[in-house]
Design a binder for this molecule. Structure first.
Ligand code: SAM
Length: 360
């Protein structure tokens, strides 16, 4: 038994024997060694509140509540990522009993409700979040995604920045370990299967490069490898890989428009799901490609017409829509495949992986 378990038992026995000053001393010792010991923090707060031992009662109670919230939040997050939505919901609700304005618990309830097939409940929680944080771009986007009102044609730059700045630290682990993320490998496989096959010494742009998972695949073929992304935190991780020659913090359509015929290959893995209307994007890619160059990318596939902003906050596209927009931009589909890109709440996300070529 650890020292603090023994001390805690002794403290409880002292409370039963009404030796409260000694018990309080032990609780304080436990907290000095283990500041997040919830039971000791609660017991001490009680002794201070009842005047049995000196101290700041409201600070002691606040501390106990903080520890309880932190512990419930950690259990909720683990339960959520393991698909134990019932446990996650219970913990998030417990947090809101203790702190009704706890934004992360409200957001967690929205996500879990969506994962639990309760989109209306999810909308209610996103709306609550938007009430608490009126200028939050993520909440505004998710409310638009789930509500019946008009939908934006693409996610705002602020939404993308905020989402990925927050996600960056855990991005590689979550995508590769939890979500079986395959988009970079699928794009690489499509590239290898192109009629001209593997080619080396290419000028390559990784559009929406994130932390560089796709850059790793394409580095061996690059004479120059450029990455562009809106999220400074994602770019910081891409830089750490030391594979990119140039990294630029910028919106990718604006970036491509200004780089006339600079790239042999442009790749974008899991990026165009943040853009609904792809007209400007494919047009800009066509400008940035050299004659004969190719744009390879993934989208989440849907059978409905055009594109749709789904309840996940991402867009899904119909392959026929991609081909039509590509044609208008002067690009031609030369190869495409349909495969699972990753998991979402344990289910595969059907993706369309395509290669569009600019004529020579
Ligand atoms: C899901 S991550 C994928 C990252 C990387 N392509 C990969 O496969 O690991 C999407 C990335 O696209 C970036 N992004 C989304 N829309 C963008 C835009 N319009 N301009 C620049 N970057 C964008 C995000 O910041 C994020 O880093």
């Amino acid at each position: 038994m650890s020292d603090n378990v023994i001390k805690f038992d002794r403290a409880e026995a002292l409370v039963s024997a009404n030796k409260l000053t000694e018990a309080a001393k032990l609780y304080r010792q436990i907290l000095a060694e283990q500041p997040k010991h919830l039971a000791a923090a609660r017991a001490l707060a009680e002794l201070i509140e009842t005047g049995e031992t000196p101290g700041d009662a409201s600070a002691a109670r606040k501390k106990a509540i903080e520890i309880e919230i932190e512990s419930a939040y950690s259990v909720a997050k683990t339960a959520q990522s393991n698909g134990r939505f019932d446990v996650a919901i219970r913990c998030y609700r417990k947090i809101l009993e203790l702190d009704p304005k706890h934004g992360d618990a409200v957001w967690g309830l929205a996500e879990v409700s969506y994962g639990n097939d309760q989109p209306e409940e999810a909308l209610r929680w996103y709306q609550r979040y938007a009430e608490l944080f009126p200028n939050d771009p993520e909440a505004a986007h998710m409310v638009a995604a789930l509500d019946t009102g008009p939908k934006p044609e693409r996610a705002s730059d602020d939404y993308v920045r905020e989402t990925f700045d927050q996600f960056a630290e855990d991005f590689d682990r979550q995508l590769l370990e939890d979500l079986e993320y395959k988009a970079p490998k699928l794009i690489h496989a499509l590239f290898c299967a192109l009629p001209r096959g593997r080619t080396f010494g290419l000028d390559i742009l990784d559009a929406g490069c994130g932390t560089g998972l796709l850059g790793i695949e394409f580095k061996p073929y690059a004479s120059s490898l450029t990455g562009v992304d809106l999220s400074s935190e994602m770019l910081r991780r891409a830089k750490d890989r030391k594979i990119y020659d140039v990294l630029v913090e910028m919106e990718l359509v604006a970036f491509m428009r200004g780089r006339i015929a600079m790239f042999d290959i442009i790749v974008a893995a899991d990026v165009f799901c943040y853009i609904g209307d792809l007209t400007e994007t494919l047009h800009a890619a066509s400008i940035a490609l050299k004659p004969g160059g190719c744009l390879l990318f993934t989208v989440e596939a849907q059978s409905k017409r055009g594109y749709t902003l789904t309840g996940s906050g991402r867009y899904a596209h119909k392959p026929a829509y991609i081909r039509k927009v590509a044609q208008n931009a002067g690009l031609k589909e030369i190869l495409a495949r349909t495969e699972s890109l990753r998991l979402e709440y344990g289910e595969p996300v059907k993706g369309y992986i395509t290669a569009l070529q600019k004529p020579n």
